[in-house]
Design a protein around this ligand. Structure first.
Ligand code: ADP
Length: 205
């Protein structure tokens, strides 16, 4: 795939809602979070290496990653986080490259690579031609995640504090998608961006 747009935004900003609108326009979406999840699900390709590195107790009886146990371990031990990332990151990268190539083969004129922590990761920015940021106020993010996940405000604020700030994300953006308003405000913005990306990728906009 020769033209890849990195799509990012904080938790609850509306990345999935935006991605759905690109899918409607026939664009391949590669979701790195979904890939990471599949790699660590029951029978996931990363599970043998994770069990070899951290012990079989990191898997639940079904053979999927025990997410609570892993979260506790990497929270307490920064080197454990690094060892986990050393297993997962190359596999996520390999699978996203495979899906991008499949998208190109299927005729998608460009692709969207969804990376929640794109701004926090120098590596991903080198792998995309353009960065699109879904933007909304922190108060909006908190309200949406409280509603979607039933989390309490303090937990969401902790997640936000560990992510790039709104200003940092906006500074990294080539394109900004405003999602502070109603869902109905998204399709016209995505249609405009889609035409822009078609033109930038050498297709008629
Ligand atoms: P992300 O993928 O960035 O975490 P989502 O796309 O899942 O965010 O959106 C978070 C939640 O907010 C979802 O429940 C979604 O349906 C809802 N949502 C997204 N955009 C809007 C909007 N403009 N108005 C109202 N609800 C929205």
């Amino acid at each position: 795939m020769s033209f890849v747009v990195g799509l990012t935004g904080g938790i609850g900003s509306g990345k999935s809602a935006v991605a759905d609108l690109f899918v409607e326009r026939g664009i391949t979406i590669v979701d790195t979070d979904a890939i990471a999840h599949a790699l660590t699900a029951q029978g996931g390709a990363a599970m043998p290496a994770i069990c070899a590195e951290f012990g079989a107790e990191m898997a639940n009886p079904e053979g999927a990653l025990d997410r609570a146990a892993m979260r506790a371990l990497v929270f307490a031990d920064a080197s454990a986080r690094k060892r986990l990332e050393a297993i997962l990151h190359p596999m996520i990268r390999g699978e996203s490259e495979r899906q991008l190539a499949a998208g190109a083969a299927a005729g998608s004129p460009y692709a969207i690579l969804m990376v929640p922590l794109l701004v926090e990761s120098g590596d991903y920015r080198k792998r995309v031609q353009r960065v699109a940021v879904v933007d909304c106020a922190e108060a909006t993010q908190i309200a949406r995640v409280m509603n979607r996940n039933g989390l309490v405000r303090e937990v969401i604020q902790g997640i936000l504090a560990a992510q790039a700030t709104r200003a940092e994300r906006l500074a990294a953006a080539d394109d900004v998608i405003d999602n502070d308003g109603e869902l109905a405000a998204l399709p016209p913005q995505i249609e405009r961006l889609h035409r822009h990306y078609l033109a930038l990728s050498g297709h008629v906009g």
